[in-house]
Design a protein around this ligand. Structure first.
Ligand SMILES: NC(=O)c1ccc[n+]([C@@H]2O[C@H](COP(=O)([O-])OP(=O)(O)OC[C@H]3O[C@@H](n4cnc5c(N)ncnc54)[C@H](O)[C@@H]3O)[C@@H](O)[C@H]2O)c1
Length: 372
């Protein structure tokens, strides 16, 4: 395996994966349509290596896939639509349909592809796994709107209504509850089922929240890293959705690139769905503290407005035991991700007021709700 295609290779995780592949000695082709708002005016970002061949094209277009797959031995399929907006069909078109088309083209043209790695997401777990002291393991559904309006944030046991304790989610049970996560789970099923049927070794990696440099700050949704960075750098008080006690697990992009490489090279992962996470539970409040410290802003008082994101999970962290058992370890800390992100973002000339605009847009569309 020498020639690797990375769809979405001009994006955040894609470009770090491309760099690692090049350093490891692979020849790399990128297929990317430089879609806005991730990219500005269809511009190829300056972080993209000129040692990789760049092909402009859309993963939803058959001819573009045929062109891109010619002479390729393995594929990282990372191109995706991942905002937080109610344009439901677009998630399935870019994430699910295009994955089916990728396999269709490979089978139709008998392209000799030896491996396909697809980028799935922790979001397939929905509200994730919990334990009730009385009823044992539970997988609660989304918290009801009436509960969130009361600003009563913790999920309850579906059996007895008691408080629940968070458990790291393993790959056994999924419960996707928005268009993005449904499209990602569909993508996994397409890859693993068609992969098996047509004997194309395929792997689905379920990344937790990935962080580091090159993470686009232009989409409406790009999480706490961008929001807090813009607020702290703009001398505004950081705003927390809910109460900031939400648990997340953040994984450093360099660790994700290494997991990708492992999935390419290690046949033990073939036909598996597997978690790639940071291995640490971090609350949004703790994340804010790390970021404030990095910026030397120990005076920060966050604002809780009572707002929440419609359909958001309260807590989520992934069980990364299986991948660790195969020899992979996350080594990047939250602090490292923050430092590298800030170093990169502050050099971008349009890293300005996206946070406020994004928030406004999400309120208008009903994605952010509650509060005053
Ligand atoms: N960033 C995270 O925290 C995270 C977490 C879990 C899963 N993932 C998955 O990892 C993958 C990469 O995510 P990312 O954060 O690097 O995203 P990104 O938005 O930075 O990169 C995606 C790239 O895909 C390209 N693209 C989008 N639609 C395309 C199309 N129709 N045709 C060709 N190219 C297209 C974009 O131009 C962009 O360069 C995605 O599949 C995403 O679902 C990301």
């Amino acid at each position: 395996m020498k020639h690797i295609l990375v769809t979405g290779g001009a994006g955040f995780i894609g470009s770090h994966t491309v760099d690692l592949l090049l350093r490891t000695g692979y020849q790399v082709r990128v297929l990317d349509n430089l879609s806005p708002p991730v990219h500005r005016e269809g511009q190829l970002p300056d972080y993209c290596s000129d040692q990789a061949e760049f092909m402009s094209g859309d993963v939803r277009e058959k001819e573009d896939l045929v062109r891109a797959l010619n002479g390729i031995d393995a594929v990282f399929h990372l191109a995706a639509y991942q905002d937080y907006l109610p344009d439901f069909s677009k998630f399935f078109h870019v994430n699910s349909f295009a994955t089916a088309l990728l396999y269709e083209v490979i089978v139709e043209h008998s392209f000799p592809i030896e491996k396909i790695v697809v980028a799935s997401s922790q979001s397939v777990y929905g509200e994730g796994k919990y334990r009730c002291i009385l009823d044992g393991v539970q997988y609660p559904d989304l918290r009801p709107t009436e509960q969130l309006i009361r600003q009563d944030w913790e999920p309850r046991c579906p059996q007895c209504g008691e408080q629940l304790e968070v458990v790291d989610s393993d790959v056994v049970r999924v419960n996707p509850h928005n268009s993005y996560s449904m499209s990602k789970y569909t993508q996994e099923m397409i890859a693993l089922v068609l992969g098996r049927r047509y004997e194309i070794p395929s792997v689905a990696l379920r990344y937790s929240i990935v962080q580091g440099s090159r993470q686009s700050f232009r989409n409406a949704y790009s999480g706490v890293l961008r929001i807090f960075a813009m607020q702290l750098l703009g001398d505004e008080p950081p705003t927390l959705y809910e109460d900031g006690k939400q648990i997340r697990d953040y994984v450093y992009v360099g660790d994700v690139a290494r997991a990708n490489l492992m999935a390419l090279e290690d046949a033990r992962l073939d036909f598996c769905s597997i978690n790639v996470g940071g291995g640490q539970r971090v609350t949004v409040n703790q994340f804010l503290r790390v970021m404030s410290n990095v910026l030397g802003r120990t005076d920060v008082t966050p604002m809780c407005t009572g707002e929440y994101r419609f359909g958001d999970t309260r807590h989520i962290s992934s069980d990364i035991g299986p991948l660790k058992g195969l020899g992979w370890q996350p080594v990047g800390t939250v602090e490292r991700s923050v430092v590298e992100y800030l170093e990169w973002a502050q050099k971008q000339d349009d890293f300005s007021n996206y946070a406020t605009n994004a928030r406004k847009k999400m309120r208008q569309l009903g994605t952010v709700r509650g509060g005053k």
